[in-house]
Design a protein. Structure first.
Length: 267
C-alpha cells in the first residue's frame, strides 16, 4: 500500500520531481470513468482509462488488489522505509481505485504501522467504506481510519472479543483458521453487501487473496528503483517449475516515472 504524501513530512526527492510528468488522464476523461462506473459500463476512453473497465462494469462481486513496489519486487527496506517507492501518479492511481470501489480492505498491521486515511483526496470521487481485518482486536481507537467522517467503517475480528468501538463503527465476527488468522474466503463472504472491493494491504493480506484465487484483477505499480534487500510485496509458496507458474493476461500503462502492470486474473 502506498502512503499518503499529504500526511507525511515532505522530503526532498529531486529525481522524482524532475522526472514527474503531466497527468496521464484529464479531468474530462476521469469524469467519464466515474460516469461509466455509475452506469456499470466500460470507460469510453482508450488507453490508461481501460485499466478501470473491470471495476466499472462489475455486476457481481469484484475484488481488485493494488500494490506499489520496486523493480526487484520489494515494498520497503529492511528498516521499514517505504516512502517514495512510487511517484505522485502512482498515488493518484491508488486514489482513483478508491473512488471507483465500494470498500477498501487493509490488515491491522498496515493500519497500525501506516495509520492511513483510506480516503479519496488526490482525485475527484467519493471515499469508499473502510474494512480493517483485526483478528485479535489490536487496532487503537485513535486510528485515523476509525474517525467519524461520514464514511462507513467495519472492523472484522474473531470470536470472544468485545472491542469498545464507537457507535458508528460496525463490528463483524469471523472464524479463525488453524493458523489463528481470518481466512480470505471468510472475509470475502462477510462483505457481500459490497460489490466492488479494493484489497490495498498489507502484503500478507494481498498475497493470500491472490494465492486463494479470490482476486479478479491486480494492479502492480512498479517504480524504477532497486532496493536490493527488504520486505517482499507478493509472497507465495515456491513453484518448482516455470511451467506451473501463473502467466496472467497483462496490460501495461505508463504512470509518469512508474509502470502499471494491469493483471487480469480470471481470464
Amino acid at each position: 500500500m502506498q502512503k499518503s504524501l499529504a500526511t507525511q513530512p515532505r522530503k526532498s526527492n529531486p529525481v522524482l520531481e524532475a522526472d514527474f510528468q503531466s497527468p496521464v488522464i484529464t479531468d474530462e476523461v476521469w469524469q467519464n470513468v466515474l460516469k461509466a462506473k455509475m452506469e456499470k459500463k466500460p470507460p469510453p476512453a482508450a488507453g490508461y482509462a481501460q485499466c478501470f473497465a473491470g471495476v466499472c462494469q462489475a455486476r457481481s462481486a469484484y475484488f481488485i488488489g493494488q500494490l506499489g513496489q520496486s523493480l526487484d519486487g520489494l515494498i520497503a527496506t529492511d528498516t521499514g522505509d517505504s516512502y517514495y517507492i512510487n511517484a505522485q501518479e502512482g498515488l493518484a492511481h491508488l486514489h482513483r481505485l478508491r473512488a471507483l470501489v465500494d470498500a477498501v480492505v487493509i490488515g491491522v498491521g498496515t493500519a497500525i504501522k501506516d495509520n492511513p486515511q483510506l480516503t479519496v483526496r488526490h482525485v475527484q470521487g467519493n471515499s469508499p467504506a473502510r474494512i480493517i481485518v483485526d483478528p485479535s482486536g489490536r487496532l487503537p481507537l485513535r486510528s485515523t481510519c476509525l474517525q467519524d467522517d461520514g464514511c462507513r467503517k467495519i472492523v472484522l475480528t474473531s470470536e470472544g472479543l468485545v472491542p469498545q468501538y464507537p457507535d458508528f463503527v460496525e463490528h463483524r465476527i469471523l472464524p479463525l483458521n488453524d493458523k489463528g488468522r481470518i481466512c480470505c474466503a471468510a472475509i470475502k463472504a462477510s462483505l457481500q453487501d459490497f460489490q466492488t472491493v479494493l484489497i490495498e494491504g498489507g502484503a500478507w493480506t494481498l498475497s493470500n487473496f491472490y494465492q486463494t484465487g479470490l482476486l479478479n484483477q491486480l494492479h502492480l505499480i512498479i517504480a524504477p528503483l532497486i532496493i536490493g534487500s527488504g520486505k517482499k510485496g507478493i509472497a507465495l509458496p515456491p513453484t518448482d517449475s516455470l511451467s506451473r507458474a501463473r502467466r496472467p493476461q497483462t496490460n501495461w500503462y505508463s504512470l509518469g516515472t512508474d509502470l502499471l502492470a494491469d493483471l487480469h486474473l480470471n481470464s
